[in-house]
Ligand binder design. Structure first.
Ligand code: APR
Length: 231
């Protein structure tokens, strides 16, 4: 069985990280156009750096760790029950890595990576403050690095690999995502076209619930381990 999993902010909510559109979520405190677009970064790089510095710092708080949902996915992948298992995340946190997931693609980038707009170098495992004074570790130019996050209006990463996996999958699972942001919200349609079984795991209904064969309503930390035990 070929499996593709898509996760969103909902799987990290129970680990203490805010979602975007829930009550009190990340977009409640900020306007997308002020912190998550290339234009915002040109207009006010310090504000954008501050937004991502705060979110990066949260990852190192002792209370923020993988929950049963993250761990169940990593366990299932390790058990090797699937012929192929691809985990695509819209999340930029490192909770899937901490849980032990291996075949993992961050389609919206990664909080722990910074990218140089001058030489293109990506510095992984970036833990400290990232500012306009930061010097690229490859070309040594100051002030040319940016968060390695895919902002609105930019092309998500790994799309060829993701589309290929979706065309060949037998099971597509979307976990903790509201289905508001494309192209991720459209993955279920590709999985349906491939004849896959499509299952949505969410506390509520999403904007694309109509396209799924099945819905497991509830917290992913409960619904996901149960589901994975029985496939
Ligand atoms: N278990 C399952 N689902 C949950 C849980 C939970 N414990 N808690 C919240 N959810 C669901 C919510 O019902 C909602 O549908 O998670 C979803 C979170 O939706 P969003 O906040 O919109 O996050 P996401 O879908 O990941 O956003 C997609 O939008 O802002 C951009 O780039 C950003 O990657 C992000 C993209």
């Amino acid at each position: 069985m070929n499996i593709v999993v898509l996760t969103g902010a909902g799987i990290s909510k129970e680990s203490g990280l805010n979602t975007f559109r829930d009550e009190g979520g990340l977009w409640a405190g900020h306007k997308v156009e002020d912190v998550a677009t290339p234009e915002a970064f040109v207009r006010n790089p310090a504000l954008v750096h501050d937004f991502y510095n705060q979110r990066r710092a949260q990852l190192f708080e002792s209370a923020v760790k993988p929950n049963a949902g993250h761990l169940a996915l990593a366990e299932f992948e390790k058990d090797g029950k699937a012929n192929s298992f691809l985990l695509v995340t819209q999340n930029v946190d490192n909770l899937h890595e901490q849980a032990g997931s291996k075949n993992l693609l961050h389609m919206h980038g990664d909080l722990l990576s910074v990218r140089c707009t001058s030489c293109g170098h990506k510095q992984a495992d970036w833990k400290e403050q990232h500012t306009t004074e930061t010097i690229c570790t490859a070309c040594s130019v100051k002030g040319t690095t940016r968060p390695d996050i895919v902002w609105f209006g930019e092309m998500p990463y790994f799309m060829d690999e993701i589309y290929k996996a979706l065309m060949n999958c037998d099971l597509f699972m979307a976990i903790g995502t509201s289905g508001h942001v494309y192209p991720a919200a459209g993955f279920v349609e590709l999985a349906n076209a491939a004849g896959a079984r499509t299952v949505e795991f969410n506390l509520d209904h999403s904007a694309v619930s109509h396209a799924f064969d099945e819905h497991l309503l509830g917290s992913a930390s409960e619904t996901l381990p149960k589901f994975l035990k029985n496939i």
